[in-house]
Ligand binder design. Structure first.
Ligand SMILES: CCCCCCCCCC(=O)SCCNC(=O)CCNC(=O)[C@H](O)C(C)(C)COP(=O)(O)OP(=O)(O)OC[C@H]1O[C@@H](n2cnc3c(N)ncnc32)[C@H](O)[C@@H]1OP(=O)(O)O
Length: 215
């Protein structure tokens, strides 16, 4: 296996929150840029102007870059951040705009709106995007924010096409067997239930949560 480092960083939670707050509006603006790039009917001059402007701001932002991936970071207070995560990174405009909530019983849900950038079949969500959303939500559900878990097997049943627009993703732990966590989840769209999923998520042998159980 390649090196997989969870990095402890010497920043206070306030400093992490402030950094995140600085970039979240930019991330949202880049999402709008992605949608505009898909949908725009602008003429040659406007597109050429946009290209030059985007290249200019990209060069400015890239002038201060330290690493080629953002990684999973945490501080001494247990605040973790994973800004580049493809499923949910707060600074990742490619990630679907998911704001995942956890219920008191550990089940999870997220309400989000998927627009033009997530299209597969005409007017409908790409099947891989649905899989990404489910993988992410089910992984967080399995981890219960207290242990790492990796997707072992993810089984999806695409029951109905999922229209672009508002969707709800929800999941819960069905049962656990040793290091295996079995999670069930679904996606509902404006036409009703579109996907059902079952997943086996596995706590790796090196998880600190297992040592805590054994001690
Ligand atoms: C707090 C923030 C949380 C954020 C969550 C984000 C969620 C994102 C989720 C992901 O996308 S993770 C990335 C995609 N997944 C991977 O990269 C995992 C790659 N695979 C592995 O690293 C290993 O194969 C794995 C850790 C999953 C299992 O390796 P082990 O060496 O620990 O498994 P082992 O062979 O010891 O088997 C342990 C048990 O799990 C079962 N098992 C192993 N691999 C399995 C598998 N792939 N599917 C189902 N079951 C599996 C195995 O049969 C056995 O069951 P029993 O105990 O009943 O005998």
């Amino acid at each position: 296996m390649g090196e997989m480092v969870f990095r402890q960083v010497d920043l206070s939670t306030e400093e992490v929150d402030a950094l995140e707050a600085r970039y979240v509006p930019l991330t949202e603006a880049v999402r709008e840029l992605v949608a505009a790039t898909i949908l725009s009917n602008a003429d040659d001059d406007v597109v050429a102007e946009a290209l030059a402007a985007v290249r200019e701001v990209t060069a400015k932002l890239s002038a201060s870059v330290e690493t080629d991936h953002s990684g999973v970071n945490y501080n001494g207070a247990g605040r973790s951040w994973n800004w580049g995560n493809a499923g949910s990174g707060e600074r990742n405009a490619i990630a679907p705009p998911i704001d995942l909530k956890t219920n008191p019983d550990g089940s999870t849900y997220a309400d989000l709106v998927l627009g033009a950038a997530y299209e597969g079949p005409p007017g409908h969500v790409h099947g891989g995007v649905s899989a990404l959303l489910l993988d992410h939500l089910m992984g967080v559900t399995a981890s219960q924010m207290s242990r790492p878990t990796f997707t072992g097997t993810l089984t999806l049943r695409y029951r109905n096409p999922l229209p672009l627009g508002p969707i709800r993703v929800e999941g819960r732990v069905a049962r656990e067997e040793g290091r295996k966590v079995f999670v069930e989840a679904s996606i509902t769209g404006s036409d009703g239930i579109a996907l059902e999923a079952d997943g086996v998520f596995i706590t790796p042998t090196w998880s600190p949560s297992l040592e805590a159980t054994q001690n």
